[in-house]
Design a protein around this ligand. Structure first.
Ligand SMILES: [Zn+2]
Length: 303
């Protein structure tokens, strides 16, 4: 009997792909099913070969910790770098956040004077953000289908979201169409050219199988953005977010689920020490765990 084969072509560019590694849900242990990731020889993107039919089973309800307003404000302080990068490239106006989750960016955007709307797949997170922040939230796991109705927007932000969506290029296309002229799309996502992935392979925590359907090289995103009329205006893997994800990976890979508190603490300290030793490598030449990319739609006068 023929066993159905996973797609051997890249879902993004239809280029040929090869097996990259096999892993399982190491981060959340929702199942012990093996997952194959494939690498495209044309665009270098990694993708999950066979996507589980019911991905929602891999997003347990505790995926988001839902804080109240005061705690949210407090916890948003170390995340200020996200607002800083948006503020450098966008004037306050309508801002659409895709996947606000815990709301750590949303509260900053509100405080900075943006008119905030969001698209969020998790019903509990969406309800909480509506209650706590009073913002308009569309509940959907297909942001590319919702964007047009929410625009036009001065900024669209997606922090660690594009790797979760089944059709990332459709999301880019919808974002490009929804931005006002001069508006920006701000993306942060794990970096398939990370030093950590090269060293740890299937064990790299930012693979996050099977939730991460794609690991997208920055040049592939930039090329796709350009084809949609968006110009790159900023790219970094050494912003505070990127550096935090470097350390996170080394801590997390040493962690053992269910380990006692002293062992967990030891893993944390050892992970930070490894990140410090590797900092010269990980901070050089876009080899960090995650990058942040800002794409701008040209102002109307340019077109
Ligand atoms: Zn490809």
């Amino acid at each position: 009997m023929d066993v159905p084969r996973p797609a051997l072509r890249c879902p993004l560019c239809a280029g040929p792909t090869e097996h990259a590694f096999t892993t399982h849900d190491r981060n959340r242990a929702c199942s012990d099913v093996p997952f194959d990731y494939r690498r495209c020889s044309e665009c270098a993107a990694l993708h999950l070969g066979e996507v589980p039919e019911d991905l929602s089973a891999y997003y347990p309800s505790a995926y988001f910790v839902l804080p109240g307003l005061e705690e949210l404000r407090e916890r948003a302080v170390p995340e200020r770098h996200r607002m800083q990068i948006v503020a450098r490239h966008a004037e306050p106006g309508r801002l659409i956040e895709i996947g606000p989750g815990d709301g750590l960016f949303a509260i900053q955007a509100l405080d900075a004077g943006f008119e905030m709307v969001a698209i969020e797949p998790d019903p509990a997170a969406a309800a909480n953000l509506r209650d706590v922040l009073g913002i308009e939230i569309v509940e959907s796991a297909a942001p590319e289908e919702e964007l047009a109705a929410l625009g036009p927007a001065q900024a669209i932000v997606a922090w660690h979201v594009i790797e979760h969506v089944p059709r990332p290029w459709a999301l880019l296309e919808a974002a490009a169409a929804t931005l006002e002229p001069g508006g920006v799309l701000v993306l942060a996502t794990p970096n398939p050219r990370a030093f950590g992935l090269r060293v740890l392979g299937a064990r790299w925590p930012h693979v996050d199988a099977p939730r991460h359907l794609f690991l997208l090289p920055h040049d592939a995103v930039i090329a796709r953005g350009r084809a949609l009329g968006l110009e790159p205006v900023a790219l970094t893997a050494t912003d505070r977010g990127g550096l935090g994800w470097n350390a996170f990976a080394w801590r997390y890979v040493l962690r053992r689920p269910g380990a006692s508190w002293p062992r967990e603490r030891l893993a944390h300290i050892a992970g930070d020490a490894i990140a410090r030793v590797l900092a010269p490598v990980e901070r050089h030449g876009l080899r960090g765990a995650a990058y942040t990319l800002v794409l701008r739609k040209p102002p109307a006068s340019d077109s």
